[in-house]
Design a protein around this ligand. Sequence first.
Ligand SMILES: *Cc1c(COP(=O)(O)O)cnc(C)c1O
Length: 377
Amino acid sequence: MRTPFPTGRAWIELDRAALRHNAAYLRSLLPPGCRLMPAVKANAYGHGAALIARELSRLGVEAFCVATAEEGAELRAGGAAGEILVLGYTHPACLPLLEEYRLTQTVVDCAYARELERYGRPLEVQIKLDTGMHRLGERCEHLRELESIFAIGNLRVTGAYTHLCAGETDAPAGRDFTLAQDRAFRDAVERLRSRGCAIPKVHILASDGLLRYPELGGGWARVGIALYGTLGSRADLERHGKCLRPVLSLKARIASVKEVFQGEGAGYALRFRAKRDTRLAVAAIGYGDGLPGALGCGAGSALVGGVRVPIAGRVCMDQVLLDVTDVPRVSPGDTAVFIGRDGGEEIAAVDLAEQAGTITNEILSRLGPRLERILAG
Ligand SMILES: *Cc1c(COP(=O)(O)O)cnc(C)c1O
């Protein structure tokens, strides 16, 4: 990998080869007739939607899904040519964005279909069916209401989809629930089609679904987290993500190095207390960049000079203290790695997720706009 020379205080390096590898691997799992529709919502899970979408387009990816119309508009303005599916709610006042940027809106339920009807202008839509998650989607049993969507003159339905919510459990109950969701979805689609409703494409799989239940098929696989080379939890990653390669590294510049004496405190509320004469490095990244505050006071670590060092005291908004006493040489301008490799050591996004008591998706998608993003390799 070519070493980039970022100018910023804190930055993200994206490994192009890893992204290509993941795309190729996930494509190899696709059931017949199914294509990748990468999820690039929340700035491509923090990776940088423009960079990721451009690279995936080069690999022949032609469709994307996003959470909001604004995300879709940005993607289109950035040059994405194919279908862009907005998975979430778009306020009626923002519907012109859908037209202007040729976005496909999800019909989140039948009441929303009426809002889209009131808009009166032509819109492309996909209908979301609720098969048990009870988040977005019209309940799949409501066939008459669903059928009425197809009669709305200004809507052109290009597909229908549902979302699995027990996809990440390997327990029999999770499997049963997933298969029941699939049956309910297929059944509703079949009944609608038999009543003359045209549904060109149907889809059901996200990352967990594609890795565990590729046989469920569909026209698109709405893959997010796996494409970025990780999965929500360590158990998931160990069971189903062995072939994935992490795309993102998170790094920051060391701004200053100083000695504190045994017994002295450091940081807000003096939450770090030196048990010995200590060397502290100030790294220029904080919770304002998405580094979780829960990593403070030794819960999390960074890699400096190939050595794993604890986070000392509280994470600040723009900075964090590292106890680098055990690192032979540290100077301002050196790099601290918060996610990624350094020497023989590695910190994975899933490590941060565990330390912060959340899932990898949340750690990544919170990485903020101040971070410079560089695609390398
Ligand atoms: C976010 C999202 C996806 C992608 O999920 P991953 O688990 O990251 O692959 C797919 N479908 C819907 C409806 C989503 O909200």
